[in-house]
Design a protein around this ligand. Structure first.
Ligand SMILES: [Cu+2]
Length: 329
């Protein structure tokens, strides 16, 4: 269940390695649609345990972030996202992450859900929830911090996003307290430029409690730029992928419930086999926008958020934060 808690863990849930190895042959590298915008760039290489290319200091602005995940990131690849910790320095946040994730257990994942955070809101859950096990909300800082977004690439591939880095101290991290890359603190200096250019996008995805909606344009098949806005109060992200199975909301609810109970869902859709990744938009705070590149196969597009809820830590998907869109050829 812990793997439902944060960004990439959620992607792992939906992305079995069989699908990933099939994807590895595909070149989802975006057209250089962003290239003409004249944006400052941030090129980040994700290794097995580190982020390379994060400068100690950058000027505030709208950045074209290009993420390359080395082959050594393994079957799930790697990503980078940006968080401006609230009420603590970048280094303090990084120290806290070390405490939250703790030493890996035998299954290779950490022990976040089992570790109460002093002064935080992570409490032993109110007993066993309806869906099955205890799940306390993560510490306050995860809800109060500013999330600028981020992106994710499969091993050996590259992915791009355009996002805003505002003045202050930021941390580049894996959008997940348990990701294997060491987070990096860096400074963003100066003032936010007032003449920010807006990349052209084919559709706008709007996130809120607990919705993901196509509010402008249309999601089509093929490579495209999607604008992602968060108008909600809580942080949100979107994992998107297509399936050829005619999936309904009831199927998704059944699968989510089966994740909690361990009982297989009686549905035709098997996320372990029938799901092809389209994009991952790293966590964003309210009022932020980012422009991600998505390569979407025709079929049934499922977009879903697993950010833990501020009240009980339950992934937003359990509050209905997913949407299903048919994407034609
Ligand atoms: Cu959400």
């Amino acid at each position: 269940m812990r793997r439902l808690m944060f960004g990439f863990l959620a992607v792992l849930l939906m992305l079995p390695m069989t699908v990933l190895s099939a994807l590895a042959a595909q070149d989802a590298t975006p057209e250089s649609a962003f290239a003409d915008l004249g944006l400052p760039t941030l090129d980040v290489t994700v290794t097995a345990d580190a982020f390379e290319g994060i400068p100690e200091s950058v000027e505030a602005g709208r950045y074209l972030v290009t993420v390359t995940a080395l082959e050594e990131t393994g079957e799930f690849g790697g990503g980078v996202a940006f968080i401006q910790p609230a009420g603590m320095t970048g280094d303090e946040f990084i120290d806290m992450l070390g405490e939250v994730s703790g030493p890996p257990d035998e299954s290779g994942v950490g022990s976040a859900a089992a570790t109460p955070i002093e002064g935080g809101v992570a409490t032993p859950a109110d007993g066993e929830g309806e869906m099955g096990g205890p799940m306390g909300a993560p510490p306050d800082v995860f809800f109060q911090s500013v999330y600028a977004g981020g992106t994710y690439a499969l091993a050996g591939e590259t992915s791009q996003t355009v996002l805003d880095l505002t003045p202050g101290e930021w941390v580049a991290w894996g959008d997940d307290p348990e990701s294997s890359q060491a987070p990096v603190a860096f400074q963003v200096t100066g003032e936010m430029p007032t003449d920010l250019v807006e990349p052209e996008s084919s559709a706008t995805l709007t996130m809120g409690e607990y919705i993901i909606e196509v509010t402008e344009g249309e999601v089509t098949s093929g490579p495209q730029i999607l604008r992602v806005d968060n108008i909600g109060a809580q942080p949100h992200f979107i994992a998107g992928g297509t399936t050829q199975v005619d999936v309904t909301g009831a199927d998704i609810e059944a699968i989510l419930e089966s994740e909690m109970t361990g009982t297989p869902a009686a549905v035709d859709f098997n996320p372990d086999e029938d799901f092809e990744e389209a994009f991952y938009s790293g966590t964003q705070s309210t009022g932020t926008s980012q422009w991600i590149v998505a390569d979407i196969q025709p079929g049934t597009l499922i977009m879903i958020c697993f950010f833990p809820d501020i009240q009980d830590g339950m992934p937003h998907a359990f509050y209905g934060m997913y949407t299903i869109v048919e994407v034609g050829e």
